[in-house]
Write a protein that binds this ligand. Structure first.
Ligand code: NAD
Ligand code: ZN
Length: 232
């Protein structure tokens, strides 16, 4: 393949669950996905949390346990290496598993939040909680129960984070989308901004997605294998 990311200086890596699939983190959709076994209305929305916070926190501890038992893969490491050597490039992920950071990436914009943070909306406090699958505490200093700092179903994206993402995408010279089904909005629409701004756009996925026909290069295959050719 003659395509090389080294020709670009402002690359936005836009990543999804497929990037971590090779590490063993299950995707949420599709066969074998988490939402086959769990109903998101009981585990991943604000009203479920208000109804039964313990059940929702138990579910997220289970997700933390799975993520901790998985290791970053070669695709995470190549992306981290490229971004740390290219100060104008950015990693923008929909993943909440923290594997990209464990692969050595510095700055990662986490559009959908993180399994490794809890927050208290009334106080505005955010608490990083990295050590083990179990949260070190489930309560804020104010006494309220903390909620995972994750964008659940029906939640809005953080607006300042979304603005930073849009700014970087509008200004990039290459957008590389890796392992995302382009089905979760508004994140799925972000690559369109790069397309309109004239950047080179590349998609890596095992299969065709609704946006595939719009990319300059739609590459089908495993993220780790294709990235080893794009970033050698
Ligand atoms: P998705 O589950 O909707 O789609 C995953 C995509 O990855 C699919 O299109 C699939 O064909 C592709 N894929 C699978 N294995 C691949 C591989 N080895 N190489 C390349 N592509 C591969 O994921 P999404 O688009 O990220 O949306 C899911 C949402 O759920 C995300 O927004 C995220 O918040 C959350 N989520 C996060 C994680 C995680 O943190 N690892 C896992 C599941 C879901
Ligand atoms: Zn509080």
């Amino acid at each position: 393949m003659s395509l090389s990311l080294r020709e670009y200086s402002r690359v936005v890596f836009f990543t999804g669950a497929g990037l971590s699939a090779e590490s063993g983190v299950p995707t949420y959709r599709g066969s074998g996905g988490i939402w086959d076994s769990y109903d998101y209305r009981d585990y991943a929305c604000q009203s479920a949390f208000e109804r039964d916070p313990g059940k929702v926190l138990d579910f997220h501890e289970e997700r933390r346990s799975v993520a901790l038992s998985c290791e970053p893969n070669d695709a995470h490491r190549r992306i981290a290496r490229f971004a740390s050597g290219s100060s104008s490039s950015l990693i923008l992920t929909q993943n909440i598993d923290g594997l990209q950071q464990r692969a050595g990436a510095g700055r990662v914009l986490e559009l959908h939040g993180s399994l490794w943070r809890l927050r208290c909306d009334p106080c505005g406090k955010v608490r990083e909680d990295l050590a083990s699958p179990q949260y070190s505490t489930r309560h804020c200093d104010c006494g309220r129960i903390l909620r995972p700092d994750i964008v659940w179903f029906e939640d809005l994206l953080d607006s300042s984070l979304l603005e930073s993402a849009i700014r970087a995408i509008s200004d990039c010279d290459c957008l590389l989308s890796v392992g995302t089904s382009a089905s979760v909005y508004p994140a799925a629409e972000l690559p369109l901004i790069a397309m309109q701004a004239g950047a080179t756009t590349i998609e890596i996925n095992l299969e065709e997605t609704p946006l595939s026909p719009l990319y300059h290069h739609s590459l089908q295959g495993k993220a780790s294998e294709i990235l080893s050719e794009l970033i050698s």
